[in-house]
Design a protein around this ligand. Structure first.
Ligand SMILES: O=c1[nH]c(=O)c2[nH]c(=O)[nH]c2[nH]1
Length: 297
């Protein structure tokens, strides 16, 4: 019989919910994140023999997240790097790991035309995220967003596809195009103004979605990725996952009404699922950057 050995492994605390309020002036600031910390290294003995001598407890990892937040979170990328450098620096046998952070955004509640000092409303379900992966002396950063829901009420066609005996879809030169964008991009360096770059990448994606006369969602996706890579040499590649949120014209004829492209049934499933990577041909190898990043091709 072949020998059975331990393969790749990692462990840590998943989804540590952290809210940091900065209250040093009467105008408070809120930072709201979910952190997952996972360590890799010389961890064979705990798996094979139950020897915990190398196991930095997942509870300790959770506590470290809260302790580090005492000084503020800052950009999620730098917070994840702080955690990673701490664990790999403090414990010799921890040679790497993966720190994933998701951030929820809050807006100030407007009162008399001004954002309130200490009352907030969760702005949407959109989230910013990052995954920092460390392996020895290498660090990779993949950042992104999810649930960015966008819609174009014209400027979208879908024609020219092959027809077979199962095809019922009618060609259209004017349809609604809607999707919920999940995008992740890999940085070529750790020396980035992450907050500024995030805002800019998001704005570029939105502008490309809006201004592309779309012949297919696949084309819109590629335009969005290309526009970001053209403007940001520090980004090697972008991965997208974009459900096609179909809007079907409702037949109003039974009610003696026409429907001049104005009344739609917004279906939630099934949905087309469009996924692709837009990349620089000459980008260096991604190494372990995409390890355990689900839902992208
Ligand atoms: O933009 C689209 N891409 C497709 O691949 C596709 N397939 C489909 O039925 N509708 C659409 N729309």
């Amino acid at each position: 019989m072949s020998k059975i050995v331990l393969g790749q492994n990692q462990y840590g605390k998943a989804e540590v919910r952290l809210v940091k309020i900065t209250r040093d002036t009467k105008r408070h600031e809120i930072e709201d994140v979910t952190v997952t910390s996972q360590l890799r290294g010389d961890l064979d003995a705990v798996h094979t023999d139950g020897d915990n001598a190398h196991v930095v407890a997942t509870d300790t990892q959770k506590n470290t997240v809260y302790a580090f937040a005492r000084d503020g979170v800052g950009s999620i990328e730098t917070f994840a790097m702080r955690l990673g450098q701490h664990f790999t620096g403090e414990f010799g046998w921890i040679t790497g790991g993966r720190w994933e952070i998701e951030q929820y955004s809050w807006a100030r509640i407007p009162v008399d035309g001004e954002g309130h000092d200490h009352s907030f409303v969760r702005s949407s379900d959109e989230r910013r995220n990052t995954v920092v992966t460390i392996d020895g002396d290498r660090t990779w950063i993949v950042s992104g967003l999810s649930n960015m829901v966008v819609l174009k009420s014209t400027g979208s066609e879908f024609r020219g596809y092959p027809k077979d005996k199962y095809t019922t879809l009618q060609e259209t030169s004017d349809r609604i195009l809607a999707t919920s964008v999940s995008a992740r991009w890999r940085y070529l360096t750790t020396d980035v103004d992450f907050d500024k770059t995030f805002e800019n990448v998001r704005a570029i994606m939105l502008e490309a979605f809006a201004t592309t006369h779309s012949l297919a969602l696949q084309q819109s996706l590629f335009q969005m990725g290309s526009a970001v890579l053209e403007a940001h040499p520090e980004i090697a590649e972008m991965k997208f996952s974009m459900p096609n949120k179909h809007h079907f014209l409702v037949d109003l004829e039974p009610f003696g009404l026409d429907n001049p492209g104005e009344v739609f049934f917004a279906a939630d499933r099934p949905y087309g699922l469009i996924e692709a990577t837009v990349e620089r041909e000459d980008a260096p190898d991604a190494g372990r950057a995409w390890d355990s990043v689900p839902g992208f091709c």
